[in-house]
Design a protein around this ligand. Structure first.
Ligand code: NAP
Length: 314
């Protein structure tokens, strides 16, 4: 029996797919929004049993469509986020500030609960456009819809991510790997299943009007993350501290690629630790702790990148 209807923007992404599976398991009906049903419909439709998932194609800047979709549900979850800007429409400001602001406005008018996923480690990163756009999005939501809950995850990892899997692909072939800021930046990686559990926890327990930092059980530096990944794929690579001007120059040239490995904005962001803030409330504090340890969990999927694995080049 269907209990509540949940609308998810960015449902086809890493976090979105885990969220769909988590919600339908408890008889919630999910309406998943994607920009391109031909590209993402195949992956989306395998996430839920028949009757529990509707897949809708929509432009996220079509206000009338947003109103129509939000009017039909009990809760709206925003998972849309980008790491690189593309063209005049897909800018950090449009995606991370204007879009969540619009969602908050419509949720307020339609009396629909709103859960927004932002990110950790943004407050000090004044020199990152990504960070400022996410912070401005949070500010507008707080002003417009105080009942919204904002979740701020650290690095989210899984076999479907764009970080550990990308690093393992590179570490499996490159003899040397660059370390930005000496690899000292700290992270608290959280497995995507535990982030999805937190999102489910917030909705099912009606934990609104909160800002929750979503962290894993360990603090690891960027260097320790790379060392763990090397251990998991059984490769020994040289981790070479890269001087900042050189890092910026390579990023400057890389960011024109369609899928850049790193951009100048990401280099700026990497300077700041991605850990719990001093007064922050975390998933541990609200009663939804995460237990999955980074090394043990990555080992479960790293075999694909070991010698002879399907993503290994050797
Ligand atoms: N992954 C992390 O380590 C991490 C860490 C901190 C915070 N977060 C935040 O958590 C949220 C979810 O992350 P994720 O890892 O699931 O991201 P993801 O895998 O990149 O998925 C994001 C989804 O957003 C949609 N999207 C992307 N660009 C869009 C655009 N220009 N217009 C409309 N929709 C667009 C895409 O859906 P369609 O293509 O189907 O439209 C995509 O599936 C994001 O807000 C992200 O910033 C992630």
């Amino acid at each position: 029996m269907i209990t509540k209807k949940i609308l998810i923007f960015g449902a086809s992404g890493q976090v979105g797919r885990y969220c769909i599976r988590r919600f339908v398991k408890n008889n919630y009906k999910v309406i998943a929004v994607t920009r391109n049903v031909h590209k993402k419909g195949y992956i989306l439709k395998t996430q839920a049993p028949i009757g529990y998932l509707d897949i809708i194609e929509s432009n996220i800047f079509d206000e009338n469509k947003l109103i129509e979709l939000i009017s039909k549900v009990d809760v709206c979850i925003n998972l849309v986020g980008i790491l690189n800007e593309k063209g005049k429409i897909n800018t950090f400001k449009n995606i991370h500030t204007n879009f969540p602001k619009k969602l908050a406005e419509i949720c307020d008018a339609k009396k629909v609960k709103f859960v927004h996923i932002s990110a950790l480690g943004l407050e000090d990163a004044k020199d990152s456009k990504y960070a400022s756009s996410k912070i401005n999005g949070e500010k507008f939501i707080r002003e417009m819809l105080p009942s919204a809950t904002i979740i701020k995850p650290s690095l989210v990892y899984s076999v479907d991510d764009n970080s550990t899997t990308k690093f393992m692909s590179l570490l499996s072939v490159l003899p040397i790997f660059p370390l930005y800021y000496g690899g000292r930046t700290k992270f608290t990686p959280i497995h995507v299943s535990e982030l999805a559990e937190l999102i489910f926890f917030v909705v099912s327990k009606e934990l609104y009007s909160k800002t929750i930092e979503a962290i894993g059980p360990e603090v690891l530096t960027f260097k320790q993350i790379l060392q763990t990944l090397m251990k998991c794929i059984k490769k020994n690579r040289i981790l070479l501290p890269m001087p900042l001007p050189l890092a910026r120059m390579t990023a400057f040239f890389m960011q024109v690629l369609p899928q850049p490995l790193i951009t100048q904005d990401q280099i700026n962001l990497l300077k700041y630790d991605n850990i719990k803030t001093i007064n922050g409330i975390t998933n541990f504090d609200v009663g939804c702790p995460s237990n999955l340890k980074f090394e043990e969990t990555v080992k479960d999927y790293a075999f694909n990148w070991t010698e002879g694995g399907q993503f290994s080049n050797t």
